[in-house]
Design a protein around this ligand. Sequence first.
Ligand code: SF4
Length: 362
Amino acid sequence: MILRRQTREVRIGDVMVGGNSPITVQSMTNTDTRDVEATVAQIHALEKAGCELIRVAVLDLEAAVALSRIRAAISIPLIADIHFDHRLAVAAMENGAQAIRINPGNIGGPAKLARVVAAAKVHQVPIRVGVNSGSIEKDLLKVHGYPSPENPTALIESALRNVRLLEDLGFYEIKISIKSSDTLTTVSGYQALARKTDYPLHLGVTEAGGLIAGTVKSSVALGILLYQGIGDTFRISLTRDPVEEIRVGFELLRSLKIRERGPELISCPTCGRTRIDLFTLAEAVERFVQTMKKPIKVAVMGCVVNGPGEAKEADIGVAGGNGVGIIFKKGKIYRKVKEEELLTVFLQELKQIEEEVIVSSE
Ligand code: SF4
């Protein structure tokens, strides 16, 4: 059983982060924030996939002002990501940002930081202190060296120094992230940070890579940390459509048995016994189950001989044969279907299960 680290809690809109709140899956848009229509469309797609917090880059005043229209059109809390310019942080909050991510040390000095914190207090907006290996102060690098798996101290000291800047202004609605593009530095860094603070932690591996490399790197680092009870919200960073980040995020939580969202799809790798085009079938089923909400187990198997037995734990499954396929439930054959009708009939069965859920949950 995973024992979650005890942390304070911060509120971002109607989503709580830390404490006993569910670990949230978040993402970041890659549209131009000033393009409200494109940004809202992307956030809607992310909401549909299950995204619970969304961050947008605020590069100029026009982007900060656009936040009010974006926020009005979406239903998940909106976080503004700001670098260097305190005026953008203040403007973002005035225009509806429900949290901001800054690096307090590079926002322009104590007076400007004080203005940001004053606005955060007025608007009741938490601040994520986000430091990464590239933003560490020179004096810390000199003393502790560049962060490595064996010695991530500079990263942690940088985060804590930035946190203190906020605390000195009487501000405590804080979450922290320390990003590295190195998997093991991410693990050892967050482990050490978790021992030193009780603020909620935002996990992530920065510049993780494309779909495969990024998924593996993030899943290894975040999987270890979450299994150890460390982490209250996270983003899987991928060089990809951000919707994929959400899918990977929920699969990660599911594989750790932390949270479930929608069906789990299991499929066999195929072998010499496969007599149908299983890849196409599995892809079509995968697309469909992504639209479902009920956390059932769905199997797509390559042969009727071993498929139902190998996927006995599946609530419903399909297995291909030689001209004829079967649909099975909990390992027992339920229907035999001609191969050319297999996908259509199977999707109808899934649709029926989803509708049963809607009726029974009303
Ligand atoms: S289910 Fe059948 S086709 Fe798939 S791996 Fe097992 S034996 Fe091979």
